[in-house]
Design a protein around this ligand. Sequence first.
Ligand code: ADP
Ligand code: MG
Length: 363
Amino acid sequence: MTGLVLKDIRKSYGQVKVIHGIDLEIQQGEFIVFVGPSGCGKSTLLRMIAGLEDITGGEMWIDGIQVNDVPPSKRGIAMVFQSYALYPHMTVYDNMAFGMRIAGESKEEIDRRVTSAASILQLEPYLDRLPKALSGGQRQRVAIGRAICRDPKVFLFDEPLSNLDAALRVATRIEIAKLNEQMADTTMIYVTHDQVEAMTLADRIVVLSAGRIEQVGPPLELYERPANLFVAQFIGSPAMNIMPGKIEETGDNTVISLRDGSRVTVHIPTQAAEKGKTASFGVRPEDLSMTTGDTYLFEGKVSIAEQLGEVTLLYVEGPVEDEPVVIKLPGVVDVSKGETLRFVADPEKLHLFDDNGRTYLGR
Ligand code: ADP
Ligand code: MG
């Protein structure tokens, strides 16, 4: 098959195991995003795909060829790093042309590819400039242009926007999304810890934690149906509220008692055998809303109200001691510190996790 196949990929540095067996199939043309906390192995995995790190165990296949022992230059891969590493004494044109000159491409072919990359990235006005005469965002576009010129089968990005300020990040992210459309046959693998980048760019997100895959799926699938507590709390911002409790009633709906004695009904089925087990229930800040009625999910005192203009964030003393429940309400909501309020959520939007942190299936 074309694309990329990782079979039980492992990596150790000396005695220390950092990647514990990754199985992943990536289709040609897919945009895959690796997310996960710092140190979970995202860069290591990417560098193994690029051939910049030895593979300790398992098999790596690119376009039907096992590449474990194929050097980086023969893998048909281009990589863009967080630091752009341009040659300071070369113009933008020469920076982009350099790799092709080394590879002995003809002058015409070099010119064709540089011109095309410059046009995709709107770099035409800057081709004669030196890197020092460019902004950070423009420099990163040159680094991306240089990678495009290699005409790679697989394009790897390791946190390429993390050195840019907020506005440039957005602009360059949109460039990368366009690039992905224009290079529809090129597989892209992108590492980030930025949620918005992951959600907006990815065809599928791979959530990693401590060298293992927690879940792979399209962005909204991870958001709506996280496989476990880790993914539930990693995807979405602010993170999902989690409240530990015990299963009181099983059946098509499940009733959980929380530590403060309150009860919550979720539209998720559980088996009779699960009665009495520890479980936690989860609700996203944006799935909660205020009510003045007598039926409510929980009641609590507002400890902090943050007005962000587009949304209001409330931190409320909820059913779990010392762990405020976060509520995200659209727009400006007039709430003051110290007020006691009631909150509801659509029972369809509640999540239920077992004592091992796995999501109860059934939806
Ligand atoms: P991420 O990119 O997700 O932040 P990395 O892939 O850089 O994580 O690192 C994964 C783990 O491997 C970390 O614990 C890191 O300390 C370790 N590591 C990375 N490179 C080396 C190395 N050259 N030698 C030893 N340990 C390393
Ligand atoms: Mg990294």
